[in-house]
Design a protein around this ligand. Structure first.
Ligand code: COA
Length: 178
């Protein structure tokens, strides 16, 4: 799995990845209805470049080594140099779920966050009913902190979040089962 920063050269592939899984992503991600054209993906890619250049967010695409199509996206948002804190987010194309890909990719991005850019705390929140996402977060060793009531509005539906965090000093999760 190759994980590389999103840049404007990949905006068409980015749009295709969203478009192909739109119905799967829409119930969980509030931005999906607004990502409604290749031009919207281009604006997103431009923001990714600008935010990474000032260190405020790092957004990465995932793809297989022998295939240029984007499989998913994983992000470190709201990076704070002062507090050494950021928020983890992610999504996959529907056909690539159920293979442990996000657990692997997120594990690598978390190592980068702690070891290379010296983050101390990573927060991750998922809707209470988003079982696959919560399973990924818990498998990565995140600790549940609490519940944020009606924290997000997705397609006119209020979603209550379960909030987790991982500290650079927390014990590593057990290795994945073979
Ligand atoms: C969240 C997401 C990235 C996880 O993808 P993934 O790594 O392929 O996850 P899986 O499909 O392997 O599921 C992860 C775990 O949840 C479990 N799971 C899946 N559906 C479930 C359900 N309906 N109820 C309970 N557990 C479920 C799986 O069994 C798996 O656990 P296991 O490996 O211990 O058996 C993917 O589902 C996705 O992109 N969802 C839409 C976008 C999204 O929700 N993003 C996150 C917002 S917080």
């Amino acid at each position: 799995m190759l994980i590389e920063p999103i840049h404007t050269g990949m905006y068409r592939k980015l749009f295709r990845a969203v478009e192909d899984s739109r119905g799967f992503l829409e119930p969980w991600l509030p931005w999906v209805p607004f990502n409604d054209s290749p031009e919207a993906s281009l604006r997103y890619a431009e923001a990714c470049e600008a935010d990474w250049s000032v260190g405020s967010a790092l957004r990465l695409s995932m793809r297989f080594r022998d295939d240029a199509e984007i499989v998913g996206v994983i992000t470190l948002e709201s990076c704070s140099d002062l507090h050494r804190h950021c928020d983890l987010g992610y999504w996959l194309r529907k056909e690539h779920t159920g293979k442990g890909l996000m657990t692997e990719a997120a594990g690598r991005v978390i190592s980068f966050a702690f070891e290379t850019i010296k983050m101390h705390r990573i927060r991750c929140a998922a809707a209470e009913e988003n079982a696959p996402s919560r399973r990924v977060i818990e498998r990565l060793g995140f600790v549940q902190e609490g519940v944020a009531r009606e924290a997000e509005r997705v397609k006119s539906r209020w979603m209550t979040h379960v909030v987790y965090s991982l500290l650079s000093t927390d014990p590593l999760p057990p290795p994945p089962r073979p």
